[in-house]
Design a protein around this ligand. Sequence first.
Ligand code: ATP
Ligand code: MG
Length: 680
Amino acid sequence: DTGRGTVDRLLRTLATTVFGPPAVTESNTSIESVLQEQRVFQPPAEMAAAARIGSLESYRAMAAAATKDPDGFWGEAARRELHWFEPFHTVLDWSEPPFARWFEGGTTNLSYNCLDRHLEGAKAEKTALIWEGEPGDVRRFSYRELHAEVCKAANALKAMGIGKGDLVALYMPMIPEAAIAMLACARIGAPHSVVFGGFSAEALRDRLKDGEAKAVITADGGFRKDKPVSLKPAVDAALAEGACPSVTGVLVVQRTKQPVEMVAGRDQWWHDLVDAQGSDCPAEPMASEDRLFVLYTSGSTGKPKGVVHTTAGYNLWAHLTFQWIFDIRDNDVYWCTADVGWITGHSYIVYGPLSNGATTVMYEGAPRPSKPGAFWELIQKHGITIFYTAPTAIRAFMKSGRQVPDQFDMSSLRLLGTVGEPINPEAWMWYRDVIGGNRCPIVDTWWQTETGGVMISPLPGATPTKPGSATLPLPGIQADIVDGEGNSCGPDEGGYLAVRAPWPGMMRTVHGNPQRFRESYWEHIRPADGSYLYFAGDGARRDADGYFWVMGRVDDVINVSGHRLGTMEIESALVSHPAVAEAAVVGRPDDLKGEGIVAFVTLESGRESSDDLIKQLRAHVGTEIGPIARPDEIRCSDALPKTRSGKIMRRILRALAAGQEVSGDTSTLEDRSVLDRLRA
Ligand code: ATP
Ligand code: MG
């Protein structure tokens, strides 16, 4: 015994005597914060001078006005920013909470707002969409051209017998036809359900059945890592043996030219059916609360939920948030690296940018061994000015080093964004320095499938940023940190991230399960005054400046000797060590402390795991945060289990750390072999 075990035991005893026995009662709901981050970055002066919202004072004035008179604020925004066939008479009907009805009486159309209204004048010839395929093929669509393609696709859907209210599933690669199909559905009032193209036939079948889809739009395949990957066979398998009797037609885009089987009477080629249609198809006036789409959550924490969004409120929120957080300019070339299968792809590749008349870039590929610099090459090639990606991607780039991005000219960039997970301050600094040349502000945007659009984010011309903080709620969003009874927490007191008032982009229900909608989001915490509060499921704290720091999922909070610690902060301490590329921290039952901390880390390329390094890492967390947060065990692995959208699935690691079988839904796991390697 080197004595370390003894010291550990001593520390543990000390921890329990000083802090009392492990308290796991429900009333102990505050979450402690251990992250210390002091750096602040001001918005660049030129950006502030040109911005729509150009100072913290104007942001605060706007937010205060919205809080004082929400109906006035939202009503005016909806009238100003959207086209209405019929004006609405009521801004919000909240008489049956938590079921909100926005802009009642009005009729509008998302496809009209994204296309038709840009066709007058010079805007019609502006590039709406730049698409690049993995092999390097490029297609560009002006607003006029995109409008024509969408009309043809809408007419094709009608020819297939699809009408208002019929659900259409999309199972597609990242090709222009995915965006065209979404807009075509919206045009005729057929809600879409986009299923990420990386999902299996079973996952597709579950979603087709759950939504009672009437048609499926797919492709023969798409390109991934320099190889064609098939999609159509998964559709055939999902529909086999009458598993989805509601599906009557399948429309197939030819992308890879792989051989596919076409079922007579059911399957048709896009190039046969769509290309034969006329390019005139008036947009259907839709009631504000008509269903627009169903989208399933990523499944990081459990079984995916079918989130329902409706027409006008979603359109307004995607539109306004896109305009605010990117302070979009007419000459911007904007690129979001998400897949259209996620909400980020819906709101910030397709609907937000097009509703604002912006130029949006869509890329079929991803960085890969043959092209590690694929993203940076695209930025250089298309002169991209705004780049929006996920922390998981940034950490992967850090791992392979700055020599890759340094080979490209990225001076066109003016603004960077992140979404999907908390970003570790270390990764934020790297992003700012290496990708943004210390010149571009970073908007760290907190939101969810359920919220429709961004909720908490800096405004690039107004908000000083702090690495790792999503900063302040957008105007009109009454975000708060609360305890288990719904009382607001004080500065730096951790608690539950919640929203105190409805907003236009909020989800309306869980598809087919209104009870789950009530229970999961609105009845979890009931304030004493009887008001309704939206429970986001994330732990967070607010600092003395009112800045929000998301500390991870509530399910991921670890209770060490009565201290409830957010996983994200311990992970950030680990990632700040030069040897560590990525870290995931989970709790494991511990007789003495309630829970012990187990960390899974992946190392920077070229680093080897050793007892000495593990010792160093534990010591590092000890000095960065304090002994309470030192992992009891650190396991090195070459990869972490992630969802298809790139989020770490901590519930799997929790089971592994406790030596249990991994149970629950793992259908959204990206790479099952990671699980086997971790087990080994
Ligand atoms: P499921 O609900 O099925 O577990 P999911 O929560 O991963 O899946 P999404 O709606 O894609 O599904 O993700 C929303 C979650 O992502 C948020 O609740 C939050 O935990 C995390 N998140 C998103 N953006 C940020 C951000 N900027 N900072 C911190 N966390 C973020
Ligand atoms: Mg979620």
